[in-house]
Design a protein around this ligand. Structure first.
Ligand code: IPE
Ligand code: IPE
Ligand code: MG
Length: 253
């Protein structure tokens, strides 16, 4: 590619303007282990690098005025991994919260965690609860960290919560609909996903936000998460922007 072609592409990238509605972007941060292996590094260093991307992507989202962001950090299936890898991952997540919480709070970011924290080790759980408590009144930006998260688990829990309320006379079966059901999910205040981005070339949902992703646009990229920066994010946004969202109707939304 010539220098001129490269400059044109770069200036096009710089000028990207998001015009399509995009309130909620959900990332599956995949490929950390392979990224590390390709460099002859232990897998956990891929997770370390991965955590540095979160704040970069957060900033990029802010630039495009995307208010809600979800990050898949650890699934209910990830317990099948070696304990050592899980421990490192939790270390890096704690570091992320410690490092960024002051800044995130200062610009009005609300941190939400989706997933059952009771199974997460105490240290990490504490850091999460502190971040949630500290930022609970913020509403400029939302970061939804999916931790020990599974979409099926979330729906089963919601069904149980609702059934319990009915049993206790606090809810009526007639009042349950697709919208009110969301109140029983982990993060009711976060709207449906508009754009779901998965890195590393895998093309599956892996149990991610299955209720909220019902009408999301899926964008898959071969780039591994530790290499996923603003530039690669813009490539995904361009793809999203070119999609025709019809929601079952005939008009492009
Ligand atoms: C995603 O990266 C992070 C978690 C699942 C916690 P992986 O660790 O799955 O990396 P690959 O897919 O094995 O390369
Ligand atoms: C999904 O990635 C979970 C996270 C990114 C946290 P995985 O690497 O665990 O998913 P599979 O095994 O490829 O489906
Ligand atoms: Mg993976």
């Amino acid at each position: 590619m010539s220098f001129i072609e490269l400059s044109i592409i770069q200036s096009m990238k710089k000028e990207f303007v998001l015009t399509k509605k995009l309130d909620h972007v959900a990332f599956i941060m995949d490929g950390n282990g392979r990224w590390a292996n390709l460099r002859g590094l232990p897998r956990h260093l891929g997770h370390k690098e991965a955590c540095n991307r979160i704040i970069e992507l957060f900033e990029a989202c802010r630039e495009f005025n995307i208010k809600y962001m979800s990050f898949y950090a650890f699934s209910t299936e990830n317990w099948d991994r070696p304990q050592d890898e899980i421990d490192h991952l939790m270390d890096y997540l704690e570091e992320f919260f410690h490092r960024e919480i002051d800044y995130l709070d200062s610009i009005g970011t609300k941190l939400v965690v989706s997933g059952d924290l009771s199974r997460i080790r105490e240290k990490t759980r504490k850091v999460c609860y502190e971040a949630i408590e500290r930022t609970k009144n913020n509403s400029n930006w939302y970061i939804n960290v999916c931790l020990n998260y599974g979409g099926r688990d979330e729906i089963v829990r919601a069904a149980k919560k609702f059934a319990t309320e009915v049993k206790e006379g606090k809810a009526n079966i007639e009042d349950l609909n697709e919208s009110s059901f969301k109140n029983y999910l982990w993060a009711p205040e976060i709207p449906d996903v508009d754009c779901m981005i998965r890195t590393s070339g895998e093309m599956r949902l892996s149990n991610y936000l299955i209720y909220q992703n019902a009408y999301a646009e899926f964008v898959f990229t071969d780039v591994k998460w530790p290499d996923f920066r603003k530039e690669q994010f813009i490539d995904c946004l361009r793809e999203y922007q070119n999609r025709n969202r019809r929601f079952g109707g005939l008009k492009n939304a």
